[in-house]
Design a protein around this ligand. Structure first.
Ligand SMILES: [Cu+2]
Length: 501
């Protein structure tokens, strides 16, 4: 089997170099960690050895794909200066720290029309907006630098530990920018997390899953032309983990913490281990859950994260593959069909090793505000498809307009919102500003791995989900959008504006 959702060697027939790529031959790259409070990350072109033969040209954070992993203690201000060193034709950029709780001006707003981007084919952007109204004053122009300030605080306390990531968020171009390589991981540590007897150090491994398609010269293809909603889900033929094709990693016969992030444009993964061993989920997009959940299958949509503890003690001297399979349960509609095949291999040492780690029964309680949430939505976000001359995604009847906000929650308030998917495609909705608590899916209580804080949510065709969020610290405009990146670029994005109470 080849192609979309295909088998072991998911390459086109005409890519001889790609065919030379042997599964599990590459070593798993672990991106370098940056831990200082003041960081400088150039955004620049670089070449990477992804497949055997020619190197692949990429747009990168700091010269690698994934970019460096920023790892910082909660509550300690972190300033990252991004320097736009890509060619001028790339136009403006905008860096979003996904999962962060940040001021509008450091949140990576998409911005509006500019000289280098004078038209939007999908979003209705009014002419003559001031730089402030369009958010263009927040963009990163070619040759310029911008310092993003991240306080890593929320509601007067250090932020909760979490596995986050940063990526480009520019209007209409988030998908191609990300495809070219603009993504990196970000880990927030905190005292509670570090005090738990969980695996750490080299036994704490971040894994970024991305699908990409390469041409016969090992260069990334340009799949972005001619795809229109609702058929604008871009899938790559090859799946990479930390920028390597089907890599392997040596582990000892003991417990590991795997932090898994899906940065694919559209593709979902239904994760399991080839030996059937359980993955004990300890964290979601938004950090530690109230209690661990033992799982043998984990669906991971674009931008979602899970953290799992895997015990390799039962596989001494063996190999274990992290695989994705078709789903055995749930709705298998467009947008939630999963990749089938191996992602990477763990080579487990044959030595018996002591292991003092364990998974505690209690991890992190939900914040206080989740106990007094209303189940009556104060605002609805309705996803449809429409447009007069072309097919576009709409949210509350509109495409994205940076000067427009559809809801005005008050600072300090806790709101309940409904997201209703009235299309035939599943979407994964992401809301900026804060972490969100999923109350229900079509009136039913969510499963335990969703009965916690998250920031990205599957919404199936016809489904209504209820989410609660608490707004602290920052007023201003923030986006809500589909994280299937072409959907976002094709209109499926709106804004709410947090106002002073
Ligand atoms: Cu979508």
């Amino acid at each position: 089997m080849r192609g979309q959702g295909g088998g072991l060697l998911p390459f086109a027939e005409d890519t001889p170099q790609a065919q030379a790529a042997v599964p599990f031959r590459a070593r798993l790259p672990i991106p370098r960690e940056l831990t200082d409070s003041k960081l400088r990350i150039p955004i620049r072109e670089a070449e990477a050895q992804i497949l055997p033969g020619d190197k692949t040209r990429l747009w990168t954070y700091g010269g690698t794909f994934p970019g460096p992993t920023v790892r910082r203690p909660a509550g300690q201000r972190t300033e990252v200066t991004f320097h736009h060193e890509l060619p001028a034709r790339v136009g403006e950029l905008s860096v979003h720290l996904h999962g962060g709780h940040n001021r509008t001006r450091f949140d990576g707003q998409p911005g509006g029309l500019t000289k280098s981007q004078p038209l939007s084919y999908y979003c209705h952007i009014p002419r003559g907006l001031s730089p402030r109204e369009s958010g263009n004053d927040l963009l990163l122009a070619p040759g310029a630098r911008k310092t993003y300030v991240y306080d890593l605080m929320e509601d007067g306390r250090p932020e909760r530990s979490a596995f986050q990531w940063y990526h480009d968020h520019r209007l209409d171009r988030t998908s191609p920018h990300s495809w070219r390589g603009l993504a990196g991981m970000w880990i927030v540590d905190d005292e509670l997390d570090s005090s738990l007897p969980l695996p750490s150090g080299e036994r704490d491994i971040p894994l970024m899953i991305a699908d990409r398609t390469f041409d016969r010269h090992n260069q990334l293809t340009d799949p972005f032309k001619g795809l229109r909603p609702p058929a604008d889900g871009i899938v790559g033929r090859s799946v990479l983990v930390n920028g390597a094709f089907m890599p392997h990693h040596h582990v000892g016969a003991r417990r590991y913490r795997l932090r898994i992030l899906n940065v694919s444009q559209f593709r979902s993964y239904n994760l399991h281990l080839s030996n059937g061993a359980p993955m004990v989920q300890i964290a979601t997009d938004s950090g530690l859950m109230p209690a661990p959940v033992r799982r043998t299958e984990i669906l991971l949509g674009p931008a979602e994260r899970v953290e799992v503890i895997v015990d390799f003690a039962g596989a001494r001297g063996e190999t274990v593959e992290l695989r994705s399979s078709k789903r055995h349960s749930g709705r298998n509609v467009t947008g939630s069909r999963t990749y089938a095949g191996a992602l990477m291999q763990f080579r487990v040492g044959s030595e018996r090793l002591p292991d003092r780690t364990r998974v505690p029964r209690r991890l992190r309680p939900l914040p206080e505000w989740t106990r007094k949430v209303s189940h009556k939505p104060s605002h609805r976000w309705e996803i449809t498809i429409g447009g007069l001359f072309k097919t576009t995604w709409l949210i509350n009847g509109r495409t994205f307009n940076p000067a427009y906000a559809d809801a005005f929650p008050k600072l300090g308030s806790t709101v309940t919102w409904e997201v209703h998917n009235r299309t035939t495609v599943a979407h994964v909705m992401h809301l900026h500003h804060t972490d969100w608590y999923l109350l229900s899916r079509d009136g039913k209580r969510p499963p335990p791995w969703e009965d916690c804080l998250k920031d990205t949510f599957f919404v199936y065709p016809g489904e209504r989900i209820l989410l609660a969020g608490h707004f602290s610290d920052h007023t201003g405009k923030f986006v809500i959008h589909c994280h299937m990146l072409d959907h976002e670029d094709h209109g499926l994005m709106s804004q709410f504006q947090v106002v002073a109470s």
